[in-house]
Write a new protein. Structure first.
Length: 714
């Protein structure tokens, strides 16, 4: 310990060691303690206006210690230096600059790196003390920071951010009078000798003090607009030279982004300089990475739809998806980070147009709607899950376009897993259950009608008066039609729920079914425009008979408001739509339901009928038999129907009738004792999501299990 140090208060020397502690709270506490001691010592100094000897020692040790490579030493020393500059005005900026020159010289080559970092942290303390704006040494510090960053690339970003911090403290007049006259000497007069390392400062000054710099550009560069068409070639060459700082963006790129995003003609600049310049190449991974990072940066700092649409340009989208879909590509990790960024950006964005732009980026060529299945990821699924209502609608229109443009491609031989058309149909059906669309009944009905049309009809001649028949689309291949049929019948369950655990009120659900039935009548009658894909003569009589029964029930319900009437209307209509798929077995079931309906309504009118719950209503047993006979059908569509309608009958089913159902769906335990089941009239059925496009359409075991659980919880 030198002689001067021996005279320093012992507690300061002890606290200096804590300034280098890796624990942030310890460093901050040590800094505060030393500052309190120094303030007291300085206030007791008899030579007013001069720095006391203790403080002089501390300043020298702080500046010298900034060159230390010990972990956290520079952080603690910079913090204390900044605090003493803020709280002790007696310390002049000139004194600090002199100490920097003496203690942080670049004499020895082996110490050069530490000395450079020491200077950087010393200037950081000066800038953060906010004392430079009114100091005569302001231009010297600005030039020193700029010259320092020319030494080594690894401190370029830090010097750039420090310069921004300093410039934000300056008024336009201060910059014009005290900084710019010195700074412009460092900037070349023209593009000839410019490099990214030299021009970023000009762009920064242009962004922060545009009026001053534009006059200079007009006089010395011949054009005040650095992004004029004749200058774009220079930017194209400049941006190709910025890969040395990766994974960080070069300050030139950062200033390019900051300036260009505010321009009305951003597309005329971004497309040639970035999109076509960085992504339209085969083997320049560095440039592609720079492009990825520039897009992230510009999206982080703007919500303008025009800007977002511009940067998600064709060349970028194609390159991004090419790399993303090839796991072994050297840039695949960068593409995966880009994908995660875009997904999160879409999730947090409140603009449907932006969400759909990002979704289209994931789906356009060379990608496909099967992207998640191909890569075994969930990026697209998560994007879809977080879409806003208008974005869901636009995505649905995109899927419809995919489906209806299949006529020129032979898809009969394609597997389910490899066909985007099959996936698109399934996804359209899944969108009916999208959480944000549950309340938009008109749209959901519209999509159900689309599914119904292409499940059972072909559009021959376009007709503006018939929904979804505005354009001819050719015959739907049989294999694809199977998926339409499956999605259509699945959608009934979605329509019967307003949320995951809340059923749609019966009268509303009935209105939706009636609307669908009217649409079916319109299609059947429009034989000049549409042709049925089924033998229409086999269902016409049963369909008309079912409709007549429903109409009678509607009239009766209006007069007497009988709950059972609404239930049977719902049962008949849902079962009636299965005529189009199974005209052989459904007519008999409809007739049996009609008989049950008459018995139920007759029993309701008999005032003297016993209300004892142990006596099974005369009609419920037949309805149970009908359901069980339908359940024995191997059709998964019929199984879904039963899952959907069974809760409507729960209030009327007795323990004995329920046990019959349980025995049928759980044949492994035929001798099982009667279960004690409490039935409640308003029991809600849990909504089972069927959004996964990977679900096997023929998975009847799953459907049976769902039905079994619903019966047990009834």
């Amino acid at each position: 310990m030198d002689a001067k140090a021996k005279k320093i208060p012992k507690n300061i020397l002890e606290l200096f060691y804590k300034l280098s502690d890796t624990n942030t709270s310890i460093r901050v506490h040590a800094c505060a303690s030393i500052l309190r001691i120094l303030l007291k010592l300085q206030s007791e100094n008899q030579n007013e206006g001069e720095v006391c000897k203790d403080l002089q020692y501390v300043l020298k040790r702080l500046i010298q210690g900034l060159a230390s490579s010990r972990e956290a030493a520079r952080l603690g020393f910079t913090l204390l230096l900044r605090e003493v500059l803020v709280h002790i005005n007696t310390i002049s900026v000139e004194r600090i600059l002199e100490l920097i020159k003496r203690k942080l010289s670049l004499a020895k080559a082996e110490e050069k790196r530490d000395a450079i970092f020491g200077q950087l942290f010393a200037y950081t303390a000066l800038v953060r003390s906010e004392r430079l704006a009114d100091d005569n040494h302001l231009p010297e510090v600005v030039l020193s920071i700029y010259e320092l960053c020319q030494e080594k690339n690894y401190i370029l970003i830090a010097c750039y951010e420090l310069t921004i911090n300093l410039f934000t403290q300056l008024s336009k007049e201060n910059f014009k009078e005290n900084v710019w006259p010195h700074l412009k000497k460092k900037i070349f007069s023209g593009w000839e000798n410019c490099t990214p390392d030299s021009i970023w400062l000009l762009l920064l000054c242009l962004r922060m003090f545009p009026e001053i710099i534009e006059r200079y550009l007009t006089k010395h560069w011949g054009n005040c607009d650095v992004f004029s068409p004749e200058n774009l070639e220079h930017h194209k060459n400049m941006i190709k030279q910025t890969g040395a700082l990766l994974p960080q963006l070069h300050p030139y790129c950062l200033e390019f982004v900051a300036l260009v995003k505010e321009r009305k003609n951003i597309k005329e600049i971004w497309i040639p300089v970035v999109d076509e310049n960085l992504f339209d190449i085969a083997h320049h991974e560095q440039r592609v990475y720079v492009g990825f990072e520039m897009i992230k940066k510009i999206l982080q700092t703007t919500e303008k739809k025009k800007v977002i649409k511009c940067v998600l340009a064709p060349k970028f989208s194609s390159k991004f998806m090419n790399v993303y879909m090839h796991p072994k590509h050297v840039l695949n990790p960068a593409a995966e980070k880009m994908a995660a960024f875009l997904c999160n950006y879409a999730k947090e964005n409140s603009t449907p147009e932006v969400q759909i732009l990002i979704l289209k980026t994931f789906l356009q060529m060379p990608s496909t709607v099967l992207l998640d299945r191909i890569l075994k990821k969930k990026d697209v699924s998560e994007l879809i899950q977080n879409l806003l209502p208008e974005a869901v609608k636009e995505f649905c229109e995109l899927l419809k376009t995919v489906v209806l443009n299949q006529e020129n491609e032979n898809i009969e031989g394609k597997s389910v897993a490899s066909s985007k058309y099959f996936y698109a149909v399934v996804q359209i059906g899944n969108l009916l259950s999208h959480p944000v669309m549950i309340g938009d009944i008109e749209w959901r009905l519209n999509i159900m009608k689309f599914l119904f049309l292409h499940s059972f009809f072909n559009v021959k001649v376009p007709c503006e008066d018939i929904l979804h028949c505005e354009h001819a689309c050719g015959a739907v291949p049989d294999k694809l039609r199977e998926f339409f049929v499956s999605s259509f019948y699945k959608s009934f369950y979605s329509l019967s729920h307003t949320s995951k655990n809340q059923r749609t009120p019966l009268h509303q659900f009935l209105e939706y079914l009636l609307s669908l039935a009217e649409y079916a009548d319109q299609l059947i009658a429009s034989n000049e425009n549409v042709s049925p894909a089924f033998p229409v003569e086999k269902i016409q009589e049963a369909w008309k008979h079912m409709k007549s029964i429903v109409q009678k029930l509607i009239k009766q319900d209006k007069k007497e408001n009988i709950h059972e009437a609404k239930i049977f209307q719902t049962l008949l209509l849902q079962l009636g739509f299965h005529l189009f798929h199974d005209p052989q077995h459904i007519p008999e079931a409809l007739e049996e339901l009609n008989i049950c309906c008459k018995k139920a309504l007759k029993a309701q009118k008999q005032q003297d009928q016993s209300a004892d719950e142990e006596n099974e209503p005369p009609w419920i047993g037949v309805v149970v038999d009908v359901l069980l006979s339908l359940l024995s059908n191997s059709s998964h569509h019929m199984h879904r129907l039963i899952i959907s309608v069974f809760p409507l009958l729960c209030p009327f089913i007795t323990k004995e009738a329920l046990q019959i159902v349980l025995d049928v769906i759980n044949p492994q335990n035929p001798s099982q004792e009667d279960m004690e089941i409490e039935s409640e009239e308003n029991e809600e059925v849990e909504f089972v999501s069927e959004s996964s496009s990977d679900e096997e359409v023929s998975n009847t075991d799953k459907v049976d299990e769902e039905f079994r659980e619903k019966v047990k919880s009834a």
